[in-house]
Structure formats: structure tokens, C-alpha cells
Design a binder for this molecule. Structure first.
Ligand SMILES: [Zn+2]
Length: 193
């Protein structure tokens, strides 16, 4: 995904449900990456006294992230520096709502209305925001490409639509091919001008 971003630059947006820093590790830029389910590398105030994000303390190892396994010392570290409330993981929990402040809801909806082609990879579409994103792209006559090994919410949504492609494949081989194709197109454009 990083190589594709490198080629497309600001014409690229990565909207992801991944919370495990996958895209950061891959090298995708912060400006073009929208983590709509949050990021496990950050904590925030459980009382939302501010919208500040705090890096997960390095002193606490990954295996200790479940609160019942933390020592008293570690629990003390996990307090909001501003108000002293417990910090909480900066991720969307199942009974919570998307918002702009933490999950860039308005931003990604705006992007979806300007999107010429949306690739839906590795998601079954069980949450509302990705569903609305795909519907917005279709409504503005954009193309939606679903890449999935099995049927999903999106397969159903795309049924009988003109501007759609459904590809039954794993994500990685598809992305490799897509990257090659985008590069070819960009080179052709340069040669023309
Ligand atoms: Zn606080």
C-alpha cells in the first residue's frame, strides 16, 4: 500500500479499520491514512477531558495490555496527565459511535464523495461507516472494486450496479498487480505530456 501511495501521492487516501499500526509500519503517511477504528499505540482520557492522544507507555509490555494483568505501578502510569482519570485505549469499542474528533468520520465521508475509485480490501463491512463510504462513492458515480475471498456486505451492495468490479482474491497478490498497473499508467501519462 505504501508503494501505491508513493505513486498517487495526494490522490490517495487509506481508510482503515486496522488498529495495530499495520500502515504505520508499512510506511504509509499520516496525512493520507485514516484510522477509523483508532490505534492501539495510543491512549486517551477515559473521561474525554480533552481530545489529546498519549502514546501507550513503553514501560508496559504488549502482553500486559489487558487491565486485569497490570501491576499497581502500571495502572498508576495509565492516568490522564490532565485530570487523573484512567486512560483508555484509543480504539472504537463495539457499542461506541464514529466521530470526527477521534475517528475522522466527517473527513472520510467528504473524501468518499470525491472518490473516483474505491478499493475495498479485506473487510466484510459489518460496521456502518465503511458501508456509507461505499454507498457515497456509488452515488457520485465512482467505481467500487471489492477484493475479497468470500461474499460480504459489499458483494450484496454491488449486485446489479454498473460501476463495480468484484474480484475473488486475497489482498496481497491483488495489491502487487495494482501497483504495477498504476505505475504503467503514470509512466504512459508522463510520456504523453
Ligand atoms: Zn482527562
Amino acid at each position: 500500500m505504501k508503494e501505491i501511495e508513493d505513486v498517487l501521492d495526494d490522490k490517495f487516501a487509506l481508510i482503515s479499520q486496522n488498529v495495530d499500526s499495520l500502515h504505520k509500519k508499512a510506511g504509509n503517511s499520516e496525512e493520507n491514512t485514516f484510522l477509523i477504528h483508532g490505534d492501539h499505540d495510543f491512549m486517551r482520557c477515559g473521561d474525554e477531558c480533552s481530545s489529546e492522544l498519549y502514546p501507550f507507555p513503553k514501560e508496559i509490555e504488549l502482553r500486559n495490555r489487558k487491565k486485569d494483568q497490570l501491576t499497581e505501578e502500571e495502572i498508576k502510569i495509565l492516568k490522564c496527565p490532565k485530570c487523573g482519570e484512567d486512560l483508555r485505549p484509543h480504539v472504537l469499542w463495539f457499542d461506541e459511535y464514529y466521530n470526527e474528533k477521534f475517528f475522522k468520520k466527517d473527513t472520510v465521508l467528504r473524501i468518499s464523495k470525491e472518490t473516483g475509485i474505491l478499493f475495498v480490501l479485506g473487510t466484510s463491512g459489518e460496521t456502518t461507516l465503511p458501508q456509507v463510504i461505499a454507498k457515497n462513492v456509488l452515488a457520485k458515480s465512482g467505481m467500487v472494486v471489492e477484493i475479497n475471498i468470500a461474499d460480504s456486505y459489499f458483494s450484496e451492495l454491488l449486485k446489479n450496479k454498473k460501476n463495480r468490479i468484484i474480484i475473488r482474491s486475497e489482498s496481497s497478490p491483488f495489491l502487487t498487480e495494482l501497483k504495477k498497473e498504476i505505475e504503467k499508467q503514470v509512466i504512459a501519462l508522463y510520456n504523453k505530456s
